[in-house]
Design a protein around this ligand. Structure first.
Ligand code: ADP
Ligand code: MG
Ligand code: ZN
Length: 488
């Protein structure tokens, strides 16, 4: 029965399922990247896929094959589905889409057959895009409990998906995009090379992103000339693209309700409250006080990095909460990859890790839980310096740990006596403390810049490496002191 269903084509299969459930649609979306505001990083990562779909021949001739799958990862409403459609629209190829949740509603045995059929169709229509929305619904980690249980159906569907992905020819021009807001719940099998091995982060928009999204959607309605999108974006802290689209529509509805022909600033402000108020309580949106602490913390990292020689330049700092759970992050990118690190470079890295906490201490005279990841990283490095890289006077070139994984932080097993371990632990503390003190000194010496950049970050939510360097090198500029709004 299964195989006949698989060959039956969509018409035949649908008669099996719930009356006329639309399981996938083939269409050219007509949506372009310009319909997606902000999200420049995601668009950049996706543009290579667009080029490939546009001209698979070019890649085939040289023998290159595209990654088969890319995974769009980010919170709900950030435009993942929209981006996937825009890839199809830009490349002008068919777009097959199916949502993980649709599988759940199907008859027993249907899931795997659907997957098989979907790929069969896609292969015939290549180049094209297959989009699997909410992939976590079918791609959850298998619990390894084995046979039985209620998960057989889902597991069969997942296995079929893996089989199809492995089976098809990467040069043919079928690209599989998937979206999820729960990347850590995915079965690792899905993320292996040759499957969804490209991850495209789609994060919540920052201040400027929010303004752009509002403008894209405001094109669809009539607005008064006096509307200030920057003000609206500022008030809509924590809003996703979907919520911003909703705010614009609410504003138009309010205008109609009041018998006006245009939406005004007041309409927008009122609708923010309607759309966002509940949301901010439900979700993790930083209070202004927290935002300020995170700003100083991140700039602490960045300043310590920038004021030491030989540390990687700051690429971007943001205080938009990430999908990973981090409240903010500072991204450094090395200009050149290098494979040997000197003792000084390692020490500088540790100092940079401690810079976030050091800034909190210096400015707020209290400390938070926000440094837990920094602490972990700094400890790992300091420990490796002593136990594996022979970078302490006490132990010379004696290894105290065996490592079964070549990368930093691999699985280590101790090879020394209990007494030595105790000494090693003490030494690790010394190394970290010394760098922490150095970081505090760097920040104290540059406290004006710390204030200036942290306030800039607090206001703009994201700051590029160039902006960072510009402020760092410039004479002091005038920045309004952020107000603390204790209600938020
Ligand atoms: P996700 O798939 O990440 O949950 P969607 O792509 O379904 O989010 O977004 C829902 C709607 O929100 C879109 O149809 C669009 O109207 C709006 N939207 C979300 N992000 C953006 C964006 N970056 N630019 C413009 N509109 C957006
Ligand atoms: Mg979606
Ligand atoms: Zn930190």
């Amino acid at each position: 029965m299964m195989s006949s269903m698989g060959n039956g084509g969509p018409g035949g299969m649908m008669s099996f399922g719930k009356s006329n459930a639309k399981v996938y649609v083939k269409s050219s979306t007509g949506i372009k990247f310009s319909d997606v505001a902000g999200e420049d990083e995601a668009k950049e990562l996706l543009s290579e896929i667009v080029d490939f779909l546009h001209n698979p021949q070019k890649y085939r001739e040289i023998g290159a094959s595209m990654p088969k799958g890319a995974l769009l990862v980010g919170p709900p409403g950030t435009g993942k589905t929209l981006l996937a459609k825009a890839v199809a629209g830009e490349a002008e190829v068919p777009f097959f889409s199916i949502s993980g949740s649709e599988f759940v509603e199907m008859f027993v045995g249907m899931g795997a057959a659907k997957v098989r059929d979907l790929f069969k169709q896609a292969n015939e229509k290549a180049p094209c895009i297959v989009f699997i929305d909410e992939i976590d619904t079918i791609g959850k980690k298998r619990d390894g409990a084995g046979m039985g249980g209620g998960n057989d159906e889902r597991e069969q569907t997942l296995n079929q998906l893996l089989t199809e992905m492995d089976g098809f020819d990467g040069s043919k021009g079928v690209v599989i995009l998937a979206a999820t807001n729960r990347p850590d719940s995915l079965d690792p099998a899905l993320l292996r090379p040759g499957r969804f091995d490209r991850r495209i982060p789609v994060e919540l928009p920052d201040l400027q992103g929010r303004e752009e999204i509002l403008k894209v959607h405001a094109k669809k309605i009539k607005i008064a000339d006096s509307v200030r999108f920057d003000e609206i974006a500022k008030a809509a802290v924590g809003a996703s693209g979907a919520e911003l689209a909703n705010i614009v529509n609410e504003a138009a509805l309010r205008a109609v309700r009041d018998g006006r022909k245009f939406a005004t600033q007041a309409d927008f402000e009122e609708s923010i409250e309607v759309v966002i108020a509940g949301y901010q309580k439900k979700n993790r949106v930083l209070s202004n006080k927290e935002k300020l602490i995170v700003s100083y913390h991140e700039v602490g990292h960045a300043l310590v990095a920038a004021k030491q020689t030989d540390s990687a330049p700051v690429h971007k700092i943001t205080i938009i909460p990430r999908t990973s759970g981090a409240l903010g992050y500072t991204m450094q990118v090395d200009e050149q990859e290098h494979f040997l690190m000197t003792k000084e470079e390692l020490e500088n890295k540790i100092a940079t890790f401690t810079g976030g906490r050091a800034a909190e201490e210096l400015i707020f005279h209290s400390i938070t839980t926000g440094a837990s990841n920094d602490i972990e990283q700094a400890t790992k490095l300091a420990r490796a310096m002593i136990s594996r890289y022979g970078m302490s006077d006490e132990f010379d070139m004696v290894a105290m740990e065996n490592v079964s994984n070549q990368y930093l932080g691999g699985d280590a097993s101790l090879t020394c006596s209990f007494e030595t371990q105790t000494l090693l632990d003490k030494k690790v503390v010394d190394v970290v403390r010394k760098q922490h003190e150095k970081a505090t000194k760097i920040l104290t010496d540059n406290i004006g810049k710390l204030h200036e950049i942290a306030k800039y970050l607090y206001e703009h939510e994201t700051i590029t490496g160039e902006e960072f360097m510009k402020i760092l090198e410039d004479k002091p500029m005038e920045i309004e002191t952020p107000q603390e709004n204790t209600e938020a």
